[in-house]
Design a protein around this ligand. Structure first.
Ligand SMILES: Cc1ncc(COP(=O)(O)O)c(C=O)c1O
Length: 384
């Protein structure tokens, strides 16, 4: 259950999650987990370091890259979906792969549809690449988060949009879109000839009874699927992501680029990803159980005035603090008054004001302490 983590040991870790906070502050922001690395991954990395760190075999023949077959196998095993290894490309991180796809498939000024709020680097990507955001607002319908597919169809038609970036499971709400919701998007994509770039990086952190459905199952020929072992297996520092390019036009555009332009992943990240997908399932299952327990602790331990829908996937809770009147960015209130660093809601774009995001992937006692601090800060604020 990973509950015996030592806070002082966590504090001395080199990663940004703990390095960013001062003494006494507990971090619950960036999407990293505090749990120890899975044994098969640690072992393979140690073996590699003791061995030779020369050029890997696939450097001369990218078509033999072992992650191509490994990703295809994983998608077949988890979702019964057939991906052609020849249509898989490897990148150093998911954000890079998104930027590469937008670079070859769209032009400056083009419209790109995306749910809002959304993962901040994706919104920043559109701004940096001068692509126009067509927001698909997430709507709190009282029972959970949803969106209006009819409005999406209208907005796509009106803006001349030809690309949709899907983040499913969704960050920050933790929604896992249903077959009906995905079918509605697929139908719009078909009608308006959209390329769908589907980020499924959180898919393996889906809680039963919810089920992740890869978008490529619905629209195989117009979907680029982006994924990585970095979220489910907590390997973000190693830098590795995979992309299955179902759309032949995107494949051709990519193949026309000089191959080294987008860099090459390190052999260590490949070894770790192969170990995660090949021998990491026991660790992942234990991790999911811990996260499910933590998700419950959050649901029971949040200040009563904070509104929140239990996430269907991810270890992120999207907290609606608007009733508390904590200003546009409640994370500053909690940093100042609770010594807890949360993610800033407004950084997630439209719909983020008055919200903050809590990362609950930590040891039970640390999470309990975080929740106690949030409650105490809200109690003092309410009494004032
Ligand atoms: C939805 C989503 N996509 C992509 C990423 C980043 O992946 P990478 O570090 O591989 O760029 C994250 C990280 O939290 C994420 O939540």
């Amino acid at each position: 259950m990973f509950d015996d983590l030592d806070i002082e040991a966590l504090r001395s870790r080199p990663g940004v999650k703990w390095a960013k906070v001062g003494p006494g502050v507990l971090p619950a922001w960036v999407a990293d987990m505090d749990f120890p690395v899975a044994a098969p991954i640690r072992e393979v990395l140690e073996d590699n370091i003791r061995g030779v760190l020369g050029y890997p075999t696939w450097i001369e023949q990218p078509e033999t890259h072992p992650l191509r077959a490994a990703f295809a196998e994983r998608m077949l095993r988890l979702y019964g979906l057939t991906f052609d290894p020849a249509h898989i490309r490897i990148y150093t991180e998911l954000i890079q792969s998104l930027q590469v796809m937008l670079h070859v498939a769209t032009r400056p000024g083009d419209a790109v549809a995306m749910h809002t709020p959304n993962y901040p680097p994706f919104l920043q990507t559109l701004a940096d690449m001068d692509r126009r955001l067509v927001p698909i607002p997430m709507i709190d319908d009282g029972n959970g988060w949803t969106f209006d597919a009819e409005r999406l169809a209208d907005d796509v038609a009106r803006s001349g949009c030809r690309t949709l970036v899907l983040v499913n499971p969704h960050n920050p709400t933790g929604r896992v879109l249903t077959r009906e919701e995905l079918s509605a998007i697929a139908e719009i994509a078909e009608r308006h000839d959209l390329l769908v770039i589907s980020d499924e990086i959180h898919a393996e952190l889906t809680y039963a009874p919810h089920q992740h459905i890869p978008f490529a199952r619905l629209s195989p020929d117009r979907t680029v699927t982006l994924s990585s072992a970095s979220k489910a297996f907590n390997l973000a520092g190693l830098r590795c992501a995979v992309a299955h390019i179902g759309d032949a036009r995107v494949r051709q555009a990519l193949d026309a680029q000089p191959p080294a332009l987008f860099g090459e992943v390190s052999s260590l990240s490949v070894a770790a990803t192969l170990a995660a997908w090949g021998r990491g399932d026991a660790w992942l299952s234990e991790t999911r159980q811990t996260l499910a327990r933590n998700r419950q602790l959050v649901a029971e331990g949040l200040p009563a005035a904070i509104r929140h829908h239990v996430p269907e996937a991810t270890y992120l809770a999207w907290l609606d603090c608007r009733k508390l009147d904590l200003g546009t960015d409640p994370s500053t209130f909690f940093l100042d008054n609770a010594d807890v660093l949360l993610s800033s809601g407004p950084s997630f774009g439209p719909g983020g004001e008055g919200f903050t995001r809590l990362n609950f992937a930590t040891a039970g006692p640390v999470l309990e302490e975080i929740l106690t601090r949030l409650r105490t800060a809200v109690d003092h604020h309410t009494v004032k």
